[in-house]
Structure formats: structure tokens, C-alpha cells
Design a protein around this ligand. Structure first.
Ligand SMILES: O=P(O)(O)OC[C@H]1O[C@@H](O)[C@H](O)[C@@H](O)[C@@H]1O
Length: 307
């Protein structure tokens, strides 16, 4: 199979999307609406990202699933709409991703979102937000950059919200966040310290873990795979599971959808990023998975995380 990049219309939104395919057969779909990766499949055609089964959402609202980009605000931490406006905008292909060299790989694309007069009414700052998506065997890399193109300093918070596709949230273990401090959004943002060795789920979770290690493992025994999030320039990590009660009031979640997803986000929330005029910030994450058999012991997170 040849590596290919295609521009087609997404049937549920009508907005163009780019399909990246890789010679091994893995693929990714990136919607220009929201600059959002909406699908990532491995070479066995297994979907690694959750996407709501009820395609209720139409622009100007983000799709429930994939990897929305939260900018210039994560969550409810400021006066803007929840998770900022970038995920609800039409992005464009970026012909000039400088200073990153133009991508040589066909399994890669560059997108850009520039501030408009409309955005300036709610957030009065001039910016360019860029996203490079790179597909490789067993790996999906997202590099995001924000440039201050105005004449005043600005600050922002940011996240790549990863809706991971999992077997059942109550069977999942998240490793790499133990002993860390976190803000709990279900307790009015109060700070706690993680006491458990591995995080497991038996109810709604909405937290931001602070200053985490660069690698986090999401261990799914039933699917026999471990998803690893590696990040740079994004010191925090958010965990979100709406569980059944909250999922009932979110129209895009149907039936037991909430069980099949867990958000493990690469984020910069605790300390907002400050950019002077002409400065650029870069944050990067790499998602990869290790297929494994429980009995072979390959799910041992210490092996995956390289402790
Ligand atoms: O429905 P949204 O806007 O995608 O957000 C989902 C949830 O994301 C969490 O991070 C927020 O703390 C919640 O307040 C919010 O409900």
C-alpha cells in the first residue's frame, strides 16, 4: 500500500478532513474543523481513539471524541467558553510551518488557526496556533505551537484532550501519576495528593495532575494493550471520565459510551504560558501503544514506562 494524504468531506460534519495512511496500514483522520484528530487506527484497523456513536454534534461545536485542542483556556479556569474557542473553529492547511522544516513525510500534515477580528472581541490577542500531526507505525505525534503576532504580552492555558478508546473504564489502570498533587474539579478545584499506586475508576473523575512525569501509561487488560502518552512542554495531565450520571446530560453520549472512553490529556494549566510579542511556544505529545498479553507480564507498567 502506498502512503497517501487525501482531502475529503467528513460525512457527519460536511467539513473537510485529511486522511493520513501509512504503509503498514495504520491511519488517522484529521478534521479541519477544530484542527481535531478524529480517528487513529493501528495496522489491525483497531480504533485507538473514542468517538461518540451519536454524531449529533455539528459545527460550530466540536466532535465528542478524538483529540480536540483546548486553547486559549483549558476547562473553566478563565472567562472564556469551556476549553477555549480553538476547537470550535475552522482551521486551514499551513503552507509555511516555519521554523519547523516542511514535513518530508507524506503521513504528516500542518494546520494553522489565526486570530480573527471576531476572536479579538472575546480574547483581544493576535496569535497563530499551529498543529503538526505525524503518523508513524504504532505512533501518533502532535506538535502544537502558539506564536504571539501582536504587540502585547499574552498568556494562555492549553491541552490536547485525548479521548482514548478503552474496553471498560472500570477495568483501566493509569500509571505515572502516583504521589502527585492534583486539582479536583469535582471539589471546587481543591488540591489533593494522589495516594494510590495506580489510578482506577469507580465514579466520575475530573482532575488536573500537576507537574507530571513525561510518560503516562493507560493499561487496558481486556484489550490487551497499553497506551503510552509521552509529552514535552506540557507539564500537567488532566483525567476526565464523566461516568453514567454526567454522561446522561451530555447529548453526544449514548448508552454505555462513557465506559468506552477515558480522557488523559497533555496539558499546561497550573502555570499559564506567557508569550511576549514575536515569541513562540511549543508543546508536543506522542501517543503509542504496546500490544501485550496479560499472562506474558508485558503489561507491567514499569516495563512500558522504562522505570
Ligand atoms: O463538554 P466539554 O466542554 O467538552 O467538557 C467536558 C468536561 O471537561 C472537563 O475537563 C471540565 O472540567 C468539565 O467541566 C467539562 O464538563
Amino acid at each position: 500500500m502506498q502512503t497517501q494524504v487525501g482531502l475529503v468531506d467528513d460525512s457527519s460534519t460536511g467539513y473537510p478532513k485529511i486522511i493520513l495512511t501509512e504503509p503498514t496500514g495504520s491511519s488517522a483522520e484529521v478534521l479541519l474543523y477544530g484542527g481535531q484528530v478524529v480517528s487513529w487506527k493501528n495496522d489491525r484497523r483497531e480504533q485507538l481513539l473514542f468517538r461518540s456513536t451519536k454524531a449529533l454534534t455539528k459545527p460550530p461545536k466540536t466532535i465528542r471524541g478524538g483529540i480536540p485542542i483546548c486553547f486559549p483556556q483549558f476547562g473553566n479556569s478563565g472567562s472564556l467558553e469551556v476549553h477555549g474557542f480553538a476547537r470550535n473553529k475552522l482551521w486551514a492547511l499551513d503552507p509555511c510551518p516555519s521554523p519547523l522544516p516542511p514535513s518530508k513525510s507524506q503521513s504528516s500534515i500542518d494546520l494553522i488557526l489565526k486570530s480573527t477580528e471576531d476572536d479579538m472581541r472575546t480574547w483581544p490577542h493576535s496569535f497563530e496556533l499551529r498543529l503538526r500531526v505525524v503518523l508513524a507505525p504504532g505512533k501518533l505525534t502532535l506538535i502544537s505551537r502558539v506564536r504571539n503576532t501582536g504587540s502585547k504580552v499574552f498568556s494562555f492555558t492549553f491541552a490536547m484532550r485525548n479521548y482514548l478508546s478503552i474496553s471498560d473504564v472500570s477495568e483501566i489502570r493509569v500509571e505515572g501519576l502516583e504521589t502527585l498533587d492534583y486539582f479536583d474539579n469535582l471539589m471546587n478545584g481543591e488540591m489533593f495528593t494522589e495516594q494510590t499506586d495506580a489510578i482506577t475508576f469507580d465514579g466520575e473523575v475530573d482532575r488536573v495532575y500537576l507537574r507530571t512525569p513525561t510518560k503516562i501509561a493507560v493499561i487496558d487488560h481486556e484489550k490487551k494493550r497499553t497506551l503510552v502518552v509521552r509529552k514535552e512542554g506540557l507539564p500537567d495531565a488532566a483525567l476526565w471520565s464523566p461516568w453514567d450520571k454526567k454522561a446522561k446530560v451530555i447529548p453526544e453520549f449514548v448508552d454505555k459510551d462513557y465506559k468506552a472512553m477515558l480522557c488523559v490529556d497533555s496539558a499546561a494549566v497550573e502555570t499559564p504560558i506567557v508569550l511576549k510579542p514575536s515569541e513562540e511556544w511549543m508543546g508536543r505529545q506522542e501517543l503509542s501503544f504496546v500490544s501485550s498479553s496479560y499472562y506474558s507480564g508485558q503489561l507491567d507498567p514499569r516495563k512500558v514506562l522504562g522505570y
